[in-house]
Design a protein around this ligand. Structure first.
Ligand code: S3P
Length: 267
């Protein structure tokens, strides 16, 4: 299904990283890159927020359909706009597309984080979080329906996502199903380490407090109580065993204590 394509098209919600990842794939794969939002701006001679403000969303969507049709045989990587699946006409173009379509799948939290860092989109300015969530739920099955392949992006750097996509070109048919599942596992691993890093930030705040009040770093009763509480809360949860809780908490607690002591010594 995935062959080294003439046209690779990235689809997904705004803030999924389509432009950044697309540029990175083009760099790693020595190919060209086309951003449909930029093409629309060139055609209109205005920025996207200006088009929305002066001409309205309908005019923007008309231009989007035109540039989407023109990009079907572009030789390289194409980043689409998040709303490209809104019009049935565009969905039909995507379904019949000669391009390989990759859905960059994220989650709401990572998407909002990214959009806040990047600056505003017209649709974000006008909508409440509830509207935004509704839009997400409406579009997600449409991206999935037309995609040849779904890549999980949460917690991954653009370089990593691009490398996963480039690796698809050399994967055989049997590998592809397992590759999609591994993409999800890799995303979970990255989220786990992000959480561990945030956990450590809190550990350091506790270290500061302990230092101030002269409390001992190691609190054996609390450590035992934490493990016990987790075992109670996760009793009956598939895959989570008492042994797993003991092992993982042991690693978290010993590394936290080491880091706390270091912080206290450093003053
Ligand atoms: C839109 C997403 C934007 C841009 C326009 C509308 C949308 O593209 O086309 O603001 O409807 O989701 P990105 O997905 O690149 O942000």
């Amino acid at each position: 299904m995935i062959k080294e394509p003439d046209t690779l098209m990235l689809i997904g919600f705004m803030g999924a990283g389509k432009t950044t990842v697309g540029q990175e794939i083009a760099r790693q794969h020595h190919s060209h890159f086309l951003d449909l939002d930029r093409e629309i701006e060139k055609k209109a001679g205005m920025t996207i927020p200006e088009i929305f403000k002066k001409e309205g969303e309908g005019a923007f969507r008309d231009l989007e359909t035109q540039v989407l049709k023109n990009a079907q045989t572009f030789n390289g990587v194409v980043a689409t706009g998040g709303g490209v699946v809104d019009r049935p006409e565009n969905l039909a173009v995507l379904k019949d597309s000669p391009a390989t379509l990759i859905y960059l799948h994220g989650n709401l939290e990572s998407t909002i984080k990214r959009m806040l860092a990047e600056g505003q989109r017209p649709l974000l300015q006008e909508r409440s979080v509830a509207d935004f969530f509704a839009l997400w739920r409406e579009r997600d099955p449409k991206y999935a329906q037309v995609a040849d392949f779904v890549v999980e992006t949460v917690g991954k750097t653009p370089e990593r996502i691009a490398a996963e996509i480039v690796a698809l070109f050399s994967a055989n048919e049997d590998d592809l199903a397992v590759t999609a599942l591994r993409s999800q596992i890799d995303a979970f691993d990255r989220q786990l380490f992000e959480i561990i890093a945030s956990r450590m930030d809190v550990v350091l705040a506790v270290a500061e407090y302990k230092k101030k009040v002269g409390m001992a770093t190691v609190q054996p009763n609390r450590m035992a109580a934490m493990k016990k509480a987790l075992k109670t809360d996760f009793k009956g949860t598939p895959h989570i065993t008492d042994e797993m809780i003991d092992q993982i908490m042991e690693i978290l607690l010993t590394t936290a204590i080491k880091r706390e002591n270091q912080a206290i010594d450093e003053g």
